[in-house]
Design a protein around this ligand. Structure first.
Ligand code: ATP
Ligand code: MG
Length: 724
């Protein structure tokens, strides 16, 4: 059999890993060296050459998107479907396991996933019910505490507070929260992993079954596994038949803040002493310049396992550094570059805009929208996280599982039906005392006449409404279920009445939900379509948005970009206090993680990288002045070129062009400025106008300030006051 197609396109080291005998391995290598490629080829090799059944292979990746890509790549290599192979994220695989063995895991059949937003709401309620001051005991902190403990594998009974009064309260919140989840058949993300681990510990026969089954476990992005994930892998692979291949890069460990343990790399070598370590050193992704920049940057970290990376690729273009006046100018610059590249034939999807925090995306989105450039956001503002979608899904969730208190709470008064906080408090306290879900509490209270007057009318109205929707959708296809629910619940009318663009977008999103249901193919025959869809919605959180097949600019946080690559990358907001973040400058150990994040960002670019920073930035409603990030200084000067916007005056222009000469003149005139003019700026003080360039909204003024700095400022925003 000719299997050369599996190894021909690999270098010697990669080939060693792909064609190794059946054994455990660590592939440790820097960004873009082909780790993921090796993992994919290894799976194909195992099936083709070693005749391993796909049933005996499990592959773990970091995002659903990566898992889908991996599946696609294996299928195209082998020309056969691997639909049933266990490829997924830790959460996805744990979820699958818990569904299959829900009884052993102590969960009801229709258990639902509680996403971060629901978790937070629930904690708020619990903290309130405990009559604690939510300023002293914020729900967010409780969430960190609980998830952190779960990631460590700790149940409330494992936690020793040593009578510390503060710890005792957190622990009590954890306990109450967990009781509520358990009563409602609700499972948060951290719980998925912890329960999957406990399932194996408590049911040795199940563990043995899966140990025997999975002869090959392969894990991508291993450096970002947390304690419980590694513990789970380790017991699963604790069998003489098992082989574990992990690939990773300590320089790309960026989830320490969320409990990831880069030490797991060392633990793996300790726990699997026979594992062979293979290092890959050739980078295939990026130009020489980009590689050099990333190598120099990461060399500023001290705590490294140490790796060399080289490339045969040409030096390529320099990294474009753009000093924007503010965030609007930054967005405009980026959109301008994308338009130019698109006009000369590069697809939009080959452009990625990366930012440190989700809140930064809005301005960039608006700039793209105003130029009618399609874009797609990964993570963050996800489709399934949007308010209207969650409202509609909450009706479906409650119908699917009457125990879902989070869903009940979300919609009991949405649309508003006059159920007051007082009635709700009554319901909650009844539910707590009777240990029943809110839905049953409401029914029982009505039956027993415990709700009076208006409360009785409104609550029974709600119960009847949900019951009648449940009846109407009991025998229709999934997309009709969604459609009927959106209408009958009153959500559609509610948003229609709101009017305005936002409400319009919400209606469109609700329409999109029906489309999503129509296109949904249940991966799990055993579940009802609705259950399967609800799990899908909670797990995928919009990684596959509606714009799936459309050419679109890719937008995401730096964290989400891990493992991906793009022709052109814009790394935005590279300012002290933004990136590195303010927090990381204050906490020890965090700066190195922040630098690794920058390394991840730079190494996403194949051909062209732009780095931009803004001198002033309005974020969360505040205006901040930042200096360029230290990371910019850590990149060698000869890798970088500063970008100045070119004036368009010399180009021939049509009569109605936005960039007509007359307009430029007047734009400059409108500002009341001329070369040599004496001006004052609120922050930089007094200076003289040296020059101007650009056009329309992009026109910029160069000012030499008296303190010696010379700056290009966007005329429209600089708010320069003429002094003479
Ligand atoms: P990261 O650390 O960012 O996850 P990685 O080490 O997983 O990166 P890959 O994504 O597997 O790297 O590979 C980077 C790019 O290099 C991909 O486009 C891949 O197809 C290409 N590549 C890898 N190995 C080779 C090779 N031997 N010949 C040609 N191209 C290769
Ligand atoms: Mg990879």
């Amino acid at each position: 059999m000719d299997v050369s197609y599996l190894i021909d396109s690999l270098n010697d080291k990669q080939r060693d890993a792909v064609a190794a005998p059946q054994q455990s391995m660590l592939v440790l290598a820097g960004a873009g060296s082909g780790k993921t490629r090796v993992l994919v080829h290894r799976i194909a090799w195992l099936m083709q050459v070693e005749k391993i059944s796909p049933y005996a292979i499990m592959a773990v990746t970091f995002t659903n998107k990566a898992a889908n890509e991996m599946r696609g790549r294996i299928e195209s290599l082998l020309q056969t479907s691997v639909n049933h192979m266990w490829i997924g994220t830790f959460h996805g695989l744990a979820h699958r396991l818990l569904r299959l063995h829900h009884q052993d895991a102590g969960l009801p059949e229709g258990f639902q996933i509680l996403d971060a937003d629901d978790q937070l709401r629930m904690l708020k309620r619990i903290i309130k019910a405990m009559e604690l001051d939510d300023k002293k005991w914020p729900a967010k902190e409780a969430m960190w505490y609980i998830n952190g403990k779960k990631d460590e594998g700790l149940r409330p009974s494992h936690i020793e507070t040593y009578n510390d009064p503060v710890d005792k309260v957190w622990l009590q919140i954890y306990k109450n929260y967990q009781d509520t989840c358990d009563r409602g058949g609700l499972v948060d993300f951290a719980e998925l992993l912890l329960r999957a681990h406990e399932l194996f510990l408590r049911h040795p026969h199940l563990l043995r079954h899966y140990q025997n089954r999975f002869q090959h476990i392969l894990v991508d992005e291993f450096q970002d596994t947390n304690r419980i994930q590694y513990a789970w892998l380790r017991i699963l692979a604790a069998n003489p038949n098992s082989n574990m291949m992990i690939v990773g890069d300590d320089d790309q460990s960026i989830y320490g803040w969320r409990g990831a343990k880069v030490e797991n790399l060392q633990h793996f070598l300790r726990d699997f002493p026979e594992a062979e370590t293979i290092r890959l050193e050739q980078n295939y992704r990026s130009t020489g310049t980009i590689l050099k920049a990333s190598n120099h940057l990461i060399a500023h970290n001290t705590d490294r396992m140490g790796k060399q990376l080289w490339t045969e690729a040409a030096e390529g273009e320099k990294i474009g550094l753009y000093a924007a006046f503010n965030e609007l100018d930054e967005a405009r610059f980026i959109v301008g570059r994308i338009k130019e590249a698109f006009a000369s034939g590069t697809s939009l999807a080959q452009h990625a805009i990366l930012y440190r925090s989700n809140a930064q995306s809005r301005v960039l989105e608006e700039a793209l929208i105003s130029e009618q450039i399609p874009y797609k956001i990964y993570g963050g503002l996800r489709f399934y996280e949007r308010q209207e979608i969650k409202d509609a899904l909450a009706y479906l969730r409650l119908i699917n599982n009457a125990q879902d208190d989070a869903a009940f709470e979300r919609i009991v008064n949405t649309p508003a039906r006059g159920i007051g906080e007082k009635s709700l408090a009554q319901l909650r306290s009844f539910a707590r005392q009777a240990s029943v879900p809110l839905w049953h509490a409401a029914k029982q209270m009505l039956d027993q006449g415990l709700l009076k007057g208006r409360a009785a009318t409104t609550v029974s109205g709600f119960i009847n409404l949900v019951d009648s929707i449940a009846d109407d959708i009991s025998n229709v296809p999934l997309h009709r279920q969604a459609e009927i629910t959106i209408k009958q619940s009153g959500l559609e009318n509610m948003y229609r009445a709101e009017k305005g663009e936002k409400a319009q977008a919400r209606l469109e999103n609700l329409g999109e939900l029906i489309t999503a249901c129509r296109n949904f193919e249940s991966p799990d025959e055993a579940l009802s379509e609705l259950s399967a869809f609800l799990s899908h919605a909670a797990l995928e959180s919009g990684e596959n948005q509606a714009t799936k097949d459309q050419d679109a600019v890719q937008m995401m946080t730096l964290h989400t970009a891990k493992g991906l690559e793009f022709d052109t990358v814009f790394m935005t907001g590279v300012e002290e206090g933004m990136f590195p973040s303010q927090q990381s400058t204050e906490e020890s150990g965090r700066m190195e993680e922040e630098r690794r994040l920058c390394y991840v960002g730079i190494t996403r670019a194949m051909r062209k990288l732009y780095i931009s920073y803004a001198e002033s930035r309005r974020l969360y409603g505040r205006e901040n002045y930042h200096s360029p990030s230290r990371f910019i200084r850590e990149i060698p000067d000869d890798c970088v070129e500063e970008i100045r916007l070119q004036a368009k005056v010399t180009k021939p222009m049509s009569q109605n062009s936005r960039f007509s000469h007359a307009k430029i003149e007047s734009a400059f005139e409108e500002t009341g400025l001329y070369v040599g003019q004496r001006v004052e700026h609120s922050k930089f003080g007094e200076g003289n106008v040296l020059n101007y360039e650009g056009s329309g909204a992009q026109s910029r003024v160069q000012v030499a300030f008296d303190d010696g700095q010379t700056k290009w400022l966007v005329a429209a925003y600089a708010r320069l006051t003429p002094l003479n």
